[in-house]
Design a protein around this ligand. Structure first.
Ligand code: PEP
Ligand code: MN
Length: 354
């Protein structure tokens, strides 16, 4: 249920509404307007509560019951696009935001080379996984904290913001077989400007809650990926978990879904249509990952342009200086030249449809 306050409602009227919410055992979230509280979202099971319980109070304009299962991330709750600031970069605003970098961080030389050309192309956010969620326990699991430190050092030099994945609340086992001092999430929160939650973790509800609680004060932006077999409703509810537990700065990232296609042609099936659905249903920014969606470098451009045309707010692209020898996802990593072309074309398409 949401309460729209009258313009010019007095502070004591606002307080009386909030007091009634609390005394009835609910929590709330506030959207401020230019003069005071604009909207109050009431959180909890409101099935037994009549709208009049709140609408009778002074200063209340109207009370609307949100019919959707997801509330705070819905357009019904707040029609305005949620814009997320990362340093001076605005995600979900006028410009198409491109984030690019390797699937996994490998060596200092690799990070420096890729950061160098990413920055030169005018891209402001670099991706790179220090913790990799690998299907096989024998595959490279990522550089861990050493990778995060190198990434921070290099990105600082090139003035790049960092997006990197937190794979869980466990401690990463380092190259010598020892667990790191802090858990993965704590390390990622320390170094990342945007925390990526991978497709495999979209339904790790305990993890989503912990992540929201640990970023409640900083409101550090979170990029949540759609699970490979999740419905859009489940995806929006996963985002709702994070917002309801205190961090509203969530962006939705589509990365392809499991259909009946063979990996030989398409690793996953690019869920382009979902961009338009999410933009209508939710106020959160929508990012598209063309690399995992299609899984083949040759098709990344086409999928990126389709995503821009469908209204994506940003693209998350894997790139590598030596894709043939990448330790992870080399087949789908574009070269510097391909990245440059994608950026130039996608930005133009975005400008046409925006
Ligand atoms: C990644 O971005 O490298 C990654 C592991 O993505 P996903 O969670 O979409 O598989
Ligand atoms: Mn990858």
């Amino acid at each position: 249920m949401i309460i729209h306050m009258k313009k010019g409602a007095l502070p004591q009227q606002e307080k009386a509404v909030l007091d009634r919410i609390i005394s009835a055992g609910f929590k709330y979230e506030i959207i401020h307007g230019s003069t005071g509280i604009d909207v109050i979202g009431i959180l909890g099971d409101l099935s037994g509560v009549e709208e009049s319980f709140f609408s009778e109070l002074d200063g209340v304009d109207k009370v609307v019951r949100i019919s959707k299962a997801y509330k705070l991330v819905s357009r019904q709750y707040s029609a305005a696009d949620r814009k997320i600031k990362v340093g001076g970069i605005e995600i979900g605003g006028r410009e198409l935001v491109i984030m690019a970098g390797p699937c996994s961080l490998e060596t200092e030389e690799q990070i420096v080379t890729i950061a160098g050309y990413v920055a030169k192309l005018g891209i402001k956010i670099m991706r790179g996984g220090a913790y990799k969620p690998r299907t096989s326990p024998y595959s490279f699991q990522g550089m861990g904290i050493e990778g995060l430190r190198l990434l921070a050092k290099v990105c600082g030099r090139y003035r790049l913001k960092i997006i990197t994945e937190a794979t869980g609340l466990h401690r990463h086992i380092d190259r010598k077989g020892r667990p790191e001092a802090k858990n993965v999430l704590e390390n990622v929160i320390e170094y990342a400007d945007i925390i990526q939650v991978g497709a495999r973790n979209m339904k790790s509800y305990g993890f989503l809650q912990e992540l929201a609680l640990l970023t409640k004060d900083s409101k550090k932006p979170i990029l949540l990926k759609r699970g490979e077999s999740s419905t859009l409703k489940d995806f929006l509810l996963a985002a709702e978990y994070i917002v309801a537990h205190g961090n509203p700065n969530v962006m939705l990232c589509l990365r392809g879904i499991r259909a009946f296609e063979e990996p030989e042609f398409q690793r996953y099936t690019a869920d382009i249509g979902a961009i338009t659905v999410l933009k209508k249903e939710s106020n959160l920014p929508v990012i598209f990952d063309p690399s995992h969606s299609i899984g083949n470098r040759h098709y990344v451009e086409g999928v990126s342009l389709a995503a821009a045309a469908a209204g994506a707010d940003g693209l998350l692209i894997e790139t590598h200086n030596d894709p043939a020898n990448a330790r992870c996802d080399g087949d789908q990593s574009v070269t510097k030249e391909e990245l440059a072309r994608i950026k130039a074309l996608a930005v133009k398409i975005h400008a046409v449809v925006k």
